[in-house]
Design a protein around this ligand. Sequence first.
Ligand SMILES: Cc1cc2nc3c(=O)[nH]c(=O)nc-3n(C[C@H](O)[C@H](O)[C@H](O)COP(=O)(O)OP(=O)(O)OC[C@H]3O[C@@H](n4cnc5c(N)ncnc54)[C@H](O)[C@@H]3O)c2cc1C
Length: 392
Amino acid sequence: MKTVLIIGGGYGGIRALEVFSRYNEAALKIILIDQHTYHYLQTESYNLLVSNISLEKAFIYLPTLVASFGNNFSFLCEEALRIEGETLVCSQARLHFDYLIIATGSVTKFLQNFYAKSSYVLGVKSLRAALHAKQYFEEELFDRLEGCIKQKTFTIVVIGGGLSGVELAAEMREYCNRYSKENALSCGTIHIKLITRHILKGQKEAVIARVTSRLKTIGVDIIEHRVDRVEERQVVLDNAQTLAFDFAMVTGGIAPSAFLENLSVAKNAKGFLEVDSYLRVQENIFAVGDAAVLYDIDGNPLPPTAQSAEASGTLAATNILASIERRPLRRANIKLRGLAIALGGKNAVVITPFGVVIHGYAGWLIKQAIEKTYKIALKRKAAKGYGMLRSC
Ligand SMILES: Cc1cc2nc3c(=O)[nH]c(=O)nc-3n(C[C@H](O)[C@H](O)[C@H](O)COP(=O)(O)OP(=O)(O)OC[C@H]3O[C@@H](n4cnc5c(N)ncnc54)[C@H](O)[C@@H]3O)c2cc1C
């Protein structure tokens, strides 16, 4: 029997589990290791932030999900620290492996000259940080119910105009607009400032134009600069201008998870893992998702998305099975099948796999369908696993 370890129960790691679950269970032992007991649905963090969904809808519980895959699957809540030969060293355990998949994702990149990650400078790449941001945001809105006691202006800056920055800024702005309108609030002003030199860099002009127009229409202030540093409650821009804030959300980039720092394998300049065309970093070690540097078939770098994490997770698991059965491995041919961008309220832009752009309410319906299809399938599996664990 071969032992396969998967480090990271995110989009990539879970996809790999699903591939292994279709294989003969007598031949494989699969252990998923994650430092948390949950798969955080990062792609829905914008919904959590403005209370469109409850906390319980923002994650999938990993122990029950893994149990649903069968008796040869187990979950270990541990932090993976390093690899020694064919042993994975975790904080409390040492695990032998025949094959290993590294699916540890990425973390928010806080530049060195960003003022220490304090309670008011947050990323949203962890569920805890997203919750913290949500509470901060809600408290501020709640204060506005207290008549005109709090006649102050409140400024939230969102640093970074990529997919996540755009979604968060749009959703927060829309929520504030709705909240003020429904409750006839007129006390003080809430500013949402999106600081970025480019909105959705790399996307088609038409998409950028539509997204920019929507952001402006709902009242997001777009500050077309780069952030040089973040100091105590103020941002210093690349033109030396300062911008005071009450709360900052950093979405402008990602850094490798700490686990990658301890690995002596090929990495790119940012510290992410270089993989061969079969997604291997070594003969029996594969890397997927944000942790790996992924390319499309023409050699263009792929953006770190849940989509590419899922596709690479599927391929790594497929290649491990091929390797066990001594079949030829499959080369990576990862394609992004479009993109869906939430633009506040019931509005989204969807770029379909054929390049057609659908926007507005229709786009929102499609984005909802994509998110719900993914989540409902996993929630169902986790519910099945709950039943299996209880009957043990
Ligand atoms: C706000 C926001 C919106 C986004 N929207 C979209 C979108 O609409 N579409 C899209 O395709 N992508 C989107 N993304 C990007 C997407 O969420 C990521 O690319 C995706 O989560 C990467 O998946 P992954 O499996 O590589 O890592 P993750 O999903 O981050 O999972 C990594 C897992 O590894 C675990 N881990 C890390 N280190 C260790 C360790 N040492 N030991 C044990 N466990 C460890 C973590 O706990 C985590 O569970 C969005 C991201 C954000 C932040």
